[in-house]
Design a protein around this ligand. Structure first.
Ligand code: PLP
Length: 398
């Protein structure tokens, strides 16, 4: 997507971070804000119109992932969906039990699990291979008699790796263990059919597929009991209280329909763009691809920059690229002004230095080959600009 910002042409290649709301989504959100703004709990006509808008959205989201509307619990997004899955299962137990997860989860999963660990829960964090994949047999071997939940991310946001979710679901099913997957990076980008995938709980987030930020859902299969995480007015079948954001959810419904008619039919074009970007990046010195190239999100390319040092990391590249109008991300967080190594890259065997040097490009069906060429040219110039500076710094210390 090319947009204009402060008179400069921008190239947006950060669709894993968020996507721009689709014009049809914006139109529907505006329409609801203007005309269907009632409280869906009200029994008068304003309320009933709003309730209808929410239920239409529920139908669309359910259709997108192959479940019944009753199995869709609306949340404020992926983070809340993961919390509802994790705490919704944990709250059924008087005493702490065992949960299994992976070393490459999004913080929206790993942080609530860390909070449970503080309360005495036993959390097994499964290792991954160099491509970021969990081995289902290792998972099977670590299950315990008191394992009550397995939570594994479907598509890894930083390195793009897809996990063997159907295989893991099968293992969990035979052991009667609830299986949750964070599919926030997958829904709207790859076809997802929850019944054939075999998962019990699945998180999705609207702003990853052209709906507004602040809306998402947890899919809860009928056989699974999830206790509420938010108590109050008993909305969402008592599982998630709070007046629903009708306009956002209506937008989510439109995005779910568009995913079926517009985004998913273009997945092979997006893959071709991804593979083209990947090939172009390999022309540049000092970049190494990360994540699996067989099991990979269709819109996602990630690399580590081997030419960085303590002061120049993936974040440095993001800043330089942004100044030149190219918007991408790096995986590492900043704490007290210092870039922290990415736990995901560390889990895949990268040392602390390289784990600070991740760079992610994420595409859409609207990305053009010209944008990719321009982004690669700019990155090549930035790398050239930074590399002599770095060799100077190094030689002055040697
Ligand atoms: C894999 C994954 N899970 C969860 C989230 C959180 O979703 P939200 O921003 O809707 O809370 C994100 C957001 O980047 C994500 O990539």
């Amino acid at each position: 997507m090319q947009g204009s910002w402060q008179n400069e042409t921008m190239i947006y290649l950060d669709y894993s971070a968020t996507t721009p709301p689709h014009p049809q989504v914006i139109a529907r959100v505006s329409e609801v804000l203007a005309q269907e703004w009632g409280n869906p709990n009200s029994i008068h006509q304003y309320g009933q119109r709003a309730a209808l808008a929410v239920e239409r959205a529920r139908l669309a989201v359910a259709a997108l992932v192959g479940v019944t509307p009753e199995e869709v619990i609306f949340t404020s997004g992926g983070t809340e969906a993961n919390h509802l899955a994790i705490f919704g299962i944990a709250q059924q137990y008087t005493y702490p039990q065992h949960i299994m997860t992976s070393a490459v989860e999004h913080p929206a999963t790993s942080a609530p699990l860390a909070a449970l660990a503080q309360r005495g829960w036993q959390i097994t964090i499964l290792p991954v291979d160099a491509w970021g994949r969990v081995d289902p047999e290792t998972l099977r071997a670590h299950l315990q008699p008191n394992t009550v939940l397995v939570s594994i991310i479907y598509g890894q946001s930083e390195v793009g790796t897809l996990q063997p979710i159907a295989e893991i679901a099968q293992i969990c099913r035979t052991r009667g263990i609830v299986f949750h997957t964070d599919a926030v990076q997958v829904v709207g980008r790859l076809p997802v059919d929850v019944p054939s995938l075999g998962v019990d709980l699945l998180s999705l987030s609207g702003h990853k597929f052209y709906a507004p930020q602040g809306c998402g859902a947890l899919v809860v299969r009928r056989s699974v009991d999830v206790r509420p995480w938010l108590y109050g007015g008993g909305q969402e079948g008592g599982k998630r209280s709070g007046t629903p954001p009708v306009a956002l959810l209506a937008g989510l419904g439109v995005a779910a329909q568009l995913a079926q008619t517009e985004f998913l039919p273009q997945v092979s074009q997006v893959r071709a763009l991804r593979d083209y970007l990947c090939a172009r990046l390999q022309e540049l010195p000092g970049l190494r691809l990360t994540g699996s190239w067989v099991h990979r999100l269709p819109h996602h390319v990630s690399v580590v920059w081997t030419g960085g040092d303590g002061n120049h990391t993936g974040k440095t590249l993001v800043h330089y690229l942004s100044q030149r109008g190219v918007c991408v991300s790096s995986g590492s967080a900043c704490a007290s002004g210092k870039t922290q190594p990415s736990p995901v890259l560390q889990a895949m065997g990268y040392d602390d230095h390289l784990a600070r040097c991740g760079l992610r490009f994420s595409l859409s069906h609207g990305t053009t080959y010209a944008e990719i060429d321009q982004a690669v040219t700019v990155l090549g110039e930035v790398l050239q600009q930074l590399t002599p500076a770095l060799s100077c710094i190094h030689s002055s210390f040697s």
